[in-house]
Design a protein around this ligand. Structure first.
Ligand code: G4P
Length: 191
């Protein structure tokens, strides 16, 4: 997606060879116009897949997912990284390890929000090793629902997430695929 790539080049910052900072328009401050266009782009790409729910993982996936769900006229389900006592009666959980942040968390779904008739589009901001996406897939499939695709804003194509998902048969749609972040320089893979 040209608009996203141009914005990454303009306002993104390669912190080191593995991490891209996009705090000024995605992770901390959010540009709603860009998010709306991202939502429309995903809605177009998955228009023929009979999507009934959009699913994301808190927190940075929420903004683009709201616009995607709005453009597809379906509800959004936000998977939680922590849970509260009031939710605990009807939840499904799976452990996810974050390589980038060096943390582990219990990804959590209230089971009443996904059922076996659902066709789910997963949206998230970054794809690195794909641990979060695979955790989301485990929770969705445990409900008997089908994952029709994974939409990613920024894929770090030098990490293994895309291959891991594709090897398992999932469709991955990344709007910006980063080839290299060395020397403070941001280089994209060709479309
Ligand atoms: P994976 O799911 O693909 O394996 O990714 P990983 O665990 O390595 O990433 C964990 C967290 O780090 C995610 O945020 C992800 O968005 C973020 N992340 C990964 N690579 C980058 C990067 O290059 N730049 C930035 N800015 N973030 C990156 P999270 O823990 O879900 O936090 P949140 O921001 O969504 O709350």
């Amino acid at each position: 997606m040209r608009e996203l790539k141009e914005r990454i080049l303009k306002d993104g910052q390669a912190l080191n060879e593995a991490v891209l900072k996009v705090d000024s328009f995605i992770n901390h401050q959010v540009d709603p116009n860009l998010m709306e266009n991202i939502g429309k782009t995903f809605a177009d790409k998955f228009a023929d897949d009979g999507v009934t729910k959009v699913v994301t993982i808190e927190s940075s996936g929420i903004a683009p997912s709201v616009f995607t769900a709005k453009a597809m006229n379906v509800n959004l389900v936000i998977l939680k990284k922590s849970t509260s006592k009031i939710l605990e009666d009807n939840i499904s959980q799976t452990e996810v390890a974050s390589y980038t942040k060096g943390t582990e968390y219990q990804l959590t779904l209230n089971k009443k929000y996904i059922n076996r008739n659902d066709r789910v589009l997963i949206i998230d901001d970054f794809l690195a090793r794909g641990e979060a996406a695979q955790g989301a897939i485990r929770l969705i499939e445990a409900q008997g629902a089908e994952v029709v695709g994974v939409g990613i804003l920024i894929e770090k194509a030098f990490q293994s997430g895309n291959k891991a998902l594709r090897d398992k048969g999932y469709t991955v749609c990344s709007l910006a695929r980063i080839k290299n972040l060395s020397d403070g320089h941001i280089e994209f893979l060709e479309d």
